[in-house]
Design a protein around this ligand. Structure first.
Ligand code: DC
Length: 223
C-alpha cells in the first residue's frame, strides 16, 4: 500500500527539512515540488524570458524537461539533462519561481509530473498546493506555519551558510512579498486544506516538528 503525506505552508517554515527527515524515518520518497518551479524559473532566468509575460513563459514550456532522481539518498533535479540542484537555490531564483508558479500552464505541467510520481511510491511531498490540488486524497495533510521573523532568520542562516551575500532585512521583505504573491494568485494559491492539521513550529526544533508529524501520521494510519 502506498501512503501520501502532504506538507504545505509559506517559505521558511522548514517544510523541506521536515519532509526530508520524515521520508528517511518512514522510508518514503521525498518530493520537493518547489524545486520544480525553481527549475522553470532558472530556465527563464538563463534564457532572458520576460517572466511577467505569461504568453512568453507558456511558449517555452515545451523546451523544458524536468527530472527528479535520488543519489545517495539525496534528491537531485535535472533541467534538460543538466543537474541544477545547486543553481536553483540561488536567492534571485526564488523570485523567478514565485512569479512563474502563478501561471496555469506551468502548474499543469508540474502537477502532472508530481501526481505520476505519487502513483508509484509512498511519498512525502512539500509545496503550496499539495493538500489542496496535487494530493487531495493524502493520508495526512500538514499546514506548517511560523512567525515572519523566525522564517526570515532561518532563510538568512541557510543562505549565509551557502556563502550567499544577503541581508536579513531584504530576506524578510522578499519573504513577505513572495508569501503575498503565493497566497493571492488565481491558480492554486497557498492555502490550508480544510482537512489539514495546522502546526506552528516557531518554537519547535526540527526534531520536535518531525516527532509531532510522525505521531499524527501513526495515529491516522492506525499504528
Ligand atoms: O518551496 P520553495 O521556496 O522552493 O518554492 C519556490 C516557489 O515555487 C514558491 O514561491 C511558490 C512556488 N511553489 C508553488 O507555487 N507550488 C508548489 N507546490 C511549490 C512551490
Amino acid at each position: 500500500m502506498n501512503y501520501k503525506i502532504a506538507i504545505d505552508g509559506p517559505s521558511g517554515t522548514g517544510k523541506s527539512t521536515t519532509a526530508k527527515l520524515l521520508a528517511k524515518e518512514l522510508s518514503f520518497i521525498y518530493i520537493d515540488t518547489g524545486a520544480m518551479y525553481r527549475a522553470v524559473g532558472l530556465y527563464c532566468y538563463r534564457n532572458n524570458i520576460d517572466i511577467d509575460n505569461e504568453e512568453q513563459v507558456k511558449s517555452i514550456l515545451n523546451n523544458i524537461d524536468i527530472n527528479i532522481f535520488y543519489k545517495e539518498g539525496n534528491q537531485e533535479i535535472e533541467l534538460n539533462n543538466e543537474i541544477v540542484s545547486k543553481e536553483i537555490r540561488e536567492n534571485h531564483i526564488s523570485n523567478y519561481a514565485s512569479v512563474v508558479s502563478q501561471y496555469k500552464d506551468v502548474r499543469e505541467k508540474l502537477v502532472n509530473i508530481q501526481q505520476n510520481m505519487a502513483k508509484k511510491n509512498s511519498v512525502i511531498m512539500d509545496g503550496r498546493d499539495i493538500g489542496t490540488v496535487v494530493l487531495p486524497d493524502a493520508d495526512l495533510k500538514i499546514y506548517l506555519v511560523a512567525s515572519d521573523e523566525v522564517r526570515a532568520e532561518r532563510r538568512y542562516k541557510e543562505l549565509i551558510e551557502k556563502g550567499q551575500d544577503v541581508k536579513l532585512e531584504d530576506i524578510l521583505k522578499e519573504l513577505k512579498e513572495r508569501d503575498y504573491r503565493d497566497s493571492h494568485r488565481e491558480n492554486s494559491p497557498l492555502k490550508k486544506a480544510d482537512d489539514a492539521v495546522e502546526l506552528d513550529n516557531s518554537n519547535l526544533s526540527r526534531e520536535e516538528t518531525v516527532k509531532k508529524i510522525l505521531e499524527l501520521f501513526n495515529k491516522k494510519v492506525g499504528k
